[in-house]
Design a binder for this molecule. Structure first.
Ligand code: SAH
Length: 348
């Protein structure tokens, strides 16, 4: 099994069967070698740098009803909030002082955030912080909206594809959501010149190794600049409340595979990974991650952006999160990088 890791390390690709074997192998030697190789490859391209992105959760309203997500519209127990443009600018200001040079505005699909509201907001963030990147993560919008937001100054867009297998996609989402549209959105974003982040949950209900293979093949085609994955964690008020979640070993296995398959990708050690294990994000870094996204949202709304049970970092001020993560990064043997942290575009 270990030789499969070396094959992937050398070629950044494997046959379908080899990928499946690697994904399913119970051999603990695989994890050890994968970690070594993944760490070597990330160090080759990114050194020991770990990029910071300040995450601002702008709205917990959502018109969608994804079966896994705690802020789905059907969850009547969810506490809803939205930040005003002034509050968002304030978060950016705090973040800037704390050394962040990327702001990620994430939220549910909330019709309050029209282009008329968002475009001037994005422009204003860029005007106040010209040395910063603005990333949006606001779900599916029209091509026209993506275009206007890009023109207003947005640099990047995170939209996890969630599942590249159409069958799995339809098991995770309500019928009004379409796998085709999700993919279309991602290709549109690419075409508009956004740096794009795709990704999926690991251990989502019904997900098989073949589905994961499908995700890898899709991303080889899309070539996103960032790949965000994290373990599925159930939320008590969703249709998936009784499903198993939290597959740490498989998530780390996939992170290693991603690093070897996409050597130049930006790969975050996600909050979900930190939620299922106290040292989850440090382990992620060891398996090739090179980005962390501390929370910059105002503390009084943190708990309301509850995508899954027991989400961490909902009690601390932004400054505390920043310091905590810096310590974690340093103790794992890496360095915090204070810059926009754009993708290095190895293959373009
Ligand atoms: N509305 C935006 C942002 C979604 S939240 C969009 O559609 O892109 C960001 C990510 O959190 C989602 O893409 C999903 O992959 C992840 N997520 C949602 N519910 C989750 C859960 N129960 N466990 C783990 N991750 C979850």
């Amino acid at each position: 099994m270990a030789e499969l890791v070396d094959k992937l390390y050398k070629k950044s690709n494997l046959s379908d069967d080899d990928f499946l074997n690697l994904l399913e192998s119970e051999d603990s030697e695989v994890d050890k070698i994968l970690q070594e190789r993944a760490d070597e490859v990330r160090q080759r391209y990114y050194g020991k740098k770990v990029y910071l992105r300040g995450l601002i959760e702008i709205s917990s309203y959502c018109k969608n009803n994804c079966y896994y997500c705690g802020i789905r519209r059907g969850n009547s127990n969810a506490q809803r909030y939205r930040l005003t443009p002034e509050q968002i600018l304030e978060c950016c200001k705090n973040g800037y002082i704390l050394g962040f040079r990327t702001f990620v505005l994430q939220g549910g699909e909330d019709s309050y955030f029209t282009d008329e509201l968002l475009c001037p907001l994005v422009s204003e963030i860029k005007r106040r912080h010209p040395d910063c990147a603005v990333t949006l993560s606001l779900g599916e919008r029209s091509d026209e909206s993506y275009r206007r937001l890009r023109e207003a100054g947005a640099d990047r867009y995170l939209l996890r594809h969630e599942a590249a297998s159409e069958t799995l996609y339809s098991k995770l989402h309500s019928p009004e959501m379409s796998w085709e549209n999700r993919r279309k959105c991602l290709y549109t974003l690419k075409k508009l010149g956004y740096q794009v982040g795709a990704g999926f949950m690991v251990g989502a209900p019904f997900q098989t190794a073949r589905d994961l293979l499908c995700d890898l093949r899709f991303m080889q085609e899309l070539r996103p600049e960032m790949i965000g994955i994290g373990p599925f964690i159930p939320h008590r008020d969703t249709p998936f409340s009784t499903q198993n979640g939290g597959k740490l070993r498989l998530t780390l296995r996939l992170l290693g595979i991603l690093r070897l398959t996409f050597p130049d990708a930006l790969i975050p050690a996600t909050t979900a990974l930190g939620t299922i294990a106290p040292n989850g994000r440090e382990l992620g870094l060891a398996f090739g991650c090179n980005v962390v996204m501390p929370n910059l949202s105002p503390v009084d709304v943190r708990k309301k952006y509850e995508l899954y049970n027991d989400k961490i970092c909902t009690g601390e001020e932004a400054a505390e999160c920043r310091i905590c993560l810096e310590n974690r990064i340093k103790s794992a043997g890496y360095d915090v990088e204070i810059s926009r942290g754009d993708h290095i575009k190895l293959y373009k």
